[in-house]
Every structure is written in structure tokens, then in C-alpha cells.
Design a protein around this ligand. Structure first.
Ligand SMILES: [Cu+2]
Length: 80
């Protein structure tokens, strides 16, 4: 998935349990993709033009996430 113009694209993504998800940052500022609760996944800082990979939770469910630097950025990862 991609971060562009301060949005996660797509904001809602469905993956398999334990899937590897790569996040590319196409903005000119640093972002993160971080689970809102429980710390179940976190890319850490992704510099402009770089990408990072995280592992989806191994349990099914909806996992809201945000950017810790820009808390208005939101999305949901669905594991099923
Ligand atoms: Cu951000």
C-alpha cells in the first residue's frame, strides 16, 4: 500500500493472518503506519520516498491504524 497526500491508499485493506504488508511513502514528509491499539504492528518512521514492511496480526479482526506523526491519518486493516 501507499501513503500519498497524507492519506493511506487504500485506507481499508484486507489481508491474510500474518501477511507481510509493504508500505511506500510517496509524500515529502515522514509517516508511520501504526496500530491504534495494542501495538500489534508498526512500521516505525518511513522517510519520504522509502518503504517499510510490517507483519499483519495472526488473529482475524479489524485493526484500526494511524500515523503517529499525523494522528488525523487513519485507516483499517482487516485480517481474515
Ligand atoms: Cu504521517
Amino acid at each position: 500500500m501507499t501513503i500519498k497526500d497524507f492519506t493511506f491508499q487504500p485506507a481499508s485493506l484486507t489481508v491474510s493472518p500474518g501477511a507481510k504488508v509493504t508500505v511506500g511513502n510517496k509524500d515529502s514528509t515522514t509517516h508511520t503506519l501504526t496500530a491504534s491499539k495494542g501495538g500489534s504492528f508498526d512500521t516505525g518512521d518511513i522517510a519520504p520516498g522509502r518503504s517499510a514492511t510490517f507483519t499483519a496480526p495472526s488473529t482475524a479482526g479489524d485493526f484500526p491504524y494511524t500515523c503517529t506523526i499525523h494522528p488525523f491519518m487513519k485507516g483499517t486493516l482487516t485480517v481474515e
